[in-house]
Ligand binder design. Structure first.
Ligand code: AMP
Ligand code: MG
Length: 342
């Protein structure tokens, strides 16, 4: 398949490119586009055939539902059945932004989008290119992350080209994603609401608005997942990822020992700890003083290791406050093994 690439400058959005991509979406095609979280692979959420193309391009299991991206709360009202008051309150505080709300779906939303569930996830992205594209298409856009299923999410236009060139109709390349981690998914069809995936909006922030909000994402990969997407192997780099959790010195000691056995392995660390490791292949995700920097670099770092062909990746535990849960959730899912040192 021929894939058209549109390079768009986020500081000066070319409206002609947006119009062309919107018309590809309106005619049932697939367009990968930037959002503030990660890149999304979009198609008309009301068109079964277009939705099928997303699953095919990604190799995504068809029971893993997609998030509907819309440009305003008014649009959510068109596609969601009964909307609890808390949805409006959350939207007031966090939308547009990295929050996906699960609501009852109206019959107009096809089962193919929701993996047969009676509910659907809705998000209003804040990224201006995403917003312009959704508005120009005048459609709800179903979009999972724009990566091959099982691979790390894409946080740069070049990652999308690596994974999906030749498999989709168009790719908008607008450089790096701002947040670099997917949205927080919250289920508002249950009382109290449950967080199904940690993400750009933290548990602490949600708790300020919903004091009894619950976490439903802990638990191991073999327990029956509430969010269908949680059961699949995720975010995995080519080589095995091993997380080491302990004090700074114990972590460095353990990883340096592992490097003696396996000198062609890489180390994923932070600015503060980089000098502790005896390896040529170290990548810092950023400063521990700047958790959002670390969050935004995680997927990029995993993809960089893939390109350098390391035999394993030894990774520090990032205890970085509010974003720790979302960052470590991704890394644990990507990992083969976790070593905890007392
Ligand atoms: P992604 O498209 O890669 O960001 O993944 C979307 C996430 O939202 C997956 O973990 C899905 O399982 C989850 N999701 C989407 N719709 C629903 C829904 N109706 N109920 C529960 N989880 C959902
Ligand atoms: Mg994904």
């Amino acid at each position: 398949m021929r894939t058209r690439i549109f390079k768009i400058n986020p500081e000066n959005i070319d409206s002609e490119s947006i119009k062309e991509c919107a018309s590809i979406l309106r005619s049932g095609g697939t367009v990968a586009f930037p959002t503030e979280t990660v890149y999304g692979l979009g198609a008309n959420a009301l068109d079964d055939k277009a939705i099928e193309k997303i699953f095919k391009a990604k190799g995504r299991p068809s029971d893993n539902p997609l998030i509907l991206h819309v440009h305003s709360f008014h649009e959510i009202e068109k596609y969601a059945g009964s909307i609890p008051g808390i949805a409006r309150t959350l939207a007031h505080f966090f939308c547009p932004g990295p929050l996906s709300m699960i609501l009852e779906k109206k019959p107009v939303v096809p089962d193919s989008v929701t993996g047969g569930l009676p509910t659907a996830a809705f998000r209003i992205p804040s990224n201006e290119i995403a917003h312009a594209l959704i508005e120009a298409s005048a459609l709800p856009i179903a979009a999972p992350s724009a990566n091959l299923s099982g691979k790390p999410s894409t946080t740069d236009g070049s990652h999308v080209i690596d994974d999906l060139y030749g498999k989709v109709d168009a790719i908008i390349d607008a450089g790096r994603s701002e947040i670099g981690l997917e949205s927080t998914v919250i289920d508002l069809t249950v009382t109290p609401p449950e967080i199904l995936r940690p993400g750009g909006i933290s548990f602490r922030e949600l708790k300020m608005i919903i004091p009894d909000v619950r976490k439903a994402f802990a638990g191991d990969i073999n327990t029956a997942p509430k969010s269908p997407g949680m059961k699949y192997r995720h975010y995995s780099p080519e080589s095995p990822l091993i997380i080491v959790r302990g004090s700074v010195s114990a972590t460095a000691g353990m990883i340096n020992d592992l490097l003696i056995e396996n000198p062609s392995a890489g180390v994923l660390c932070s600015d503060e700890t980089m000098s502790l490791y005896n390896s040529e292949n170290k990548i810092s995700a950023g400063s521990r003083e700047n958790p959002s920097e670390i969050a935004s670099n995680i997927f990029n770092a995993l993809r960089l290791f893939d390109k350098t062909g390391v035999t394993a990746i030894y990774c520090e535990y990032f205890d970085i406050g509010d974003l720790e849960e979302a960052v470590m959730n991704r890394l644990v899912k990507a990992s083969e093994n976790i070593v905890v040192i007392d």
